[in-house]
Design a protein. Structure first.
Length: 676
């Protein structure tokens, strides 16, 4: 016979079935039905509802059609229903086409799986043979569900060229018994097919086989740690946090006869993972940072069941393990340090020694006025015989420990208190052996902490509460005032540098006097440009400034003043004025109420028509006001008149005494008439 049907179509054939008293209607093929019950009975009806057979031991030949089956108590019966057409009798060659049953590839043996059932009988005195296609990294489970007589099941593996007889197989000298279990697990290492040959020395043997095909290379997620099951060495993965761990609480085969060992490894990325490690019942697997998941595989070709317990090693209800060292600086992020409210509330935690956790740092915060003093009272209880507790008072600026107190177990608890100032401080719970207490075999040391506080000194009340908004506004105000105060100096410094640079550039020119004369005659040469040129040259050293203009027409050097005069070309002046350039430098004295007077030795008197920089003038006099010691002044003056010569007088007050200075030489407009 040979037509496979799925589990949903042959649900009646499951042995044992959970509920007693069950009926089902399904299609059958031509063949024999067999029921064997103990302290129970079964019945068969045709499509019209007519009873065909009834009893505790039934062997009935059925014609293909629809039949109904009823079992009084399924747990006390075994049976075979014909659901498969006639099967081949001979094994095929490795490369020959052959009758193959369809099998769903499953990942786990959950209730949603759909195994394949095949039935047959030996009425033709020949073997029944069928094939199952398999691929590498699969495991085939063949179960003998029921047999009315002795039976032999042989298994062969075929690829395209070869055939190999497998060690697995089922052989019974008698018929199966109710609730018996006969199964073989065949791991598949290459693509091919399994040839199943069923034979029996009995001419009336009736049999039923269940086949299941499982993938062993598909990663499966563990979603419930208390219910894990699989078939063969299929990979599983679990994701846990750095402060969590798993303990293996069960790992057994389907029959419950022996424990199943397993391996695990840490997967950091797709291409990075640790070596495989062995685990067994009671083994502890710890989590770690920067981990994708933990991969597991159970070392057996069987159906297995396992469970694990997930432990969260959190401290003080913080959702993570407390750090083992205090923050480095006051500006460090301390949000990962559990904050203990100092109201006497109990907070629980543990030192997870097998995970390298031998000390926990907790945080407390006191509030109040400046220079306030607070009592921090700490009580630790629990499994604390090997623990010590330290309270640290921190300097809020330097983050140094300014005071500390340590206590150990006494009178069923650890009690310690310390006076601290305003701010953040820390409590350390530590194993007395320090890092030497760390061991993979060590158990967790659980502790419970209660912290209370009292204000011993209130400190100095501030005039007003500190406000971040005021601080921010003050910072902005300081910046604005600073910018406003420094801006004039920056502007002055920039202008001085610009003038000095302009003077250097101006001094590099050739024929400066001719250039100045030409510029003065041009209408587009502004007074601002002239003032800048004079101001720039005055910023130079005196002798260097004189060199800028070239050899002076007149140089008068006497006690109290150094005067230089340059006569510019009056022929280039549009209105016929006589332009002069005058340089003055007081020597070791200060001139006040100073004035220059321009006299004509012969001819009409002179009148000042223009002066740069702007100074007060009257007729042929020009008022300089105060000239400070060693000040360098350059003045450009235009004289209006028809005379051909000029004498220059400087007068003023020096140290409270009147003083006058007059060069001995006369300056002539026409240089050919100049006098020595």
């Amino acid at each position: 016979m040979g037509r496979p049907v799925l589990w949903l179509a042959t649900i009646l054939m499951v042995l044992p079935v959970a509920n007693a008293g069950y009926s089902s209607t399904q299609d059958t093929t031509d063949g024999s039905a067999w029921f064997d019950c103990e302290n129970s009975w079964a019945s068969i009806h045709d499509s019209q509802g007519n009873e065909i057979a009834n009893g505790s031991d039934i062997t009935e030949i059925l014609v293909a059609g629809t039949h109904s089956f009823y079992i009084d108590d399924e747990e006390k019966c075994q049976f075979v229903i014909p659901v498969t057409d006639e099967l081949p009798n001979l094994k095929p060659a490795p490369n020959a086409e052959f009758y193959t049953i369809d099998s769903n590839v499953m990942n786990t043996c959950e209730t949603s799986c759909e195994p394949t059932y095949t039935s047959g009988d030996m009425t033709d005195q020949n073997d029944d043979v069928f094939a199952i296609d398999v691929n590498a990294n699969q495991i085939l489970v063949i179960s003998l569900e029921a047999s009315s007589s002795s039976i032999d099941i042989e298994l062969h593996f075929q690829n395209n060229t070869d055939q190999v007889k497998l060690d697995q197989g089922i052989s019974l000298a008698l018929n199966t018994s109710i609730a018996s279990h006969h199964a073989d697990y065949i791991p598949i290492s290459e693509d091919g097919r399994i040839i199943v040959s069923v034979s029996s020395p009995s001419l009336d043997a009736i049999w039923s086989i269940k086949t299941e095909l499982y993938a062993t290379d598909v990663m499966q997620e563990i979603t419930q740690f208390d219910e894990i099951s699989g078939v063969g060495p299929a990979p599983f993965k679990a994701t846990i946090g750095a402060h969590e761990s798993l303990t293996i609480t069960e790992s057994i085969n389907h029959e419950g006869t022996h424990n199943i060992p397993l391996d695990y490894r840490y997967v950091y990325s797709e291409n990075s993972m640790s070596e495989w490690k062995s685990a067994s019942l009671g083994s502890r697997i710890i989590g770690m940072d920067d981990l994708l998941h933990i991969e597991f595989r159970w070392d057996c070709n069987c159906t297995w069941f396992s469970s694990m317990s997930l432990h969260q090693h959190y401290d003080a209800g913080w959702g993570l393990d407390a750090p083992g060292f205090k923050p480095l600086t006051a500006s460090s992020d301390n949000s990962s340090y559990p904050l203990i409210t100092m109201d006497g509330q109990v907070n629980e935690g543990e030192l997870t020694l097998h995970m390298g956790d031998y000390q926990d740092i907790l945080r407390v915060e006191t509030t109040g006025w400046n220079d306030s003093v607070h009592l921090v009272d700490v009580i630790v209880e629990g499994d604390i015989y090997d623990l010590q507790v330290t309270v640290w008072e921190m300097d809020q600026e330097t983050w140094d420990i300014v005071n500390e107190k340590t206590a150990t177990y006494s009178m069923n608890k650890i009690s310690v208190n310390l006076d601290v100032g305003k701010g953040t401080h820390f409590i350390r719970i530590q194993h007395i052996n320090g890092s030497d207490s760390i061991s993979e075999d060590s158990n967790e040391v659980e502790w419970k902490i209660r912290v209370t506080t009292a204000v011993l000194e209130e400190g100095e009340e501030p005039w007003f509460p500190a406000s971040e908004a005021v601080k921010d506004a003050a910072d902005i105000f300081y910046w604005i005032i600073g910018i406003l105060l420094i801006a004039p100096f920056l502007i002055f410094y920039i202008n001085v540098n610009k003038e000095k640079k302009y003077a250097e550039e101006f001094s590099s020119r050739k024929d400066r006097l001719e250039w100045l004369t030409t510029k003065l005659s041009q209408s587009d040469f502004s007074n601002q440009d002239l003032s800048r040129a004079l101001r720039a040259v005055s910023s130079l050293e005196w002798e260097k400034a004189l060199d800028v203009w070239g050899e002076p027409e007149l140089r008068h050097y006497t006690m109290g003043v150094d005067m230089a005069v340059w006569s510019l070309d009056s022929s280039k002046d549009a209105v016929g004025n006589w332009p002069l350039l005058i340089g003055l430098r007081p020597l070791d004295c200060e001139w006040s109420v100073a004035a220059l007077r321009f006299e004509s030795p012969e001819g009409e008197s002179w009148e000042i028509s223009k002066v740069e920089p702007k100074l007060l003038t009257r007729g042929y006099e020009m008022f300089l006001d105060t000239i400070h010691n060693n000040t360098r002044i350059f003045i450009q003056v235009d004289l209006q008149g028809n005379a051909n010569s000029i004498d220059i007088h400087l007068s003023g007050m020096v140290d409270g005494e009147p003083m006058a200075s007059k060069p001995a030489n006369t300056i002539y407009r026409d240089k050919n008439q100049s006098e020595e």
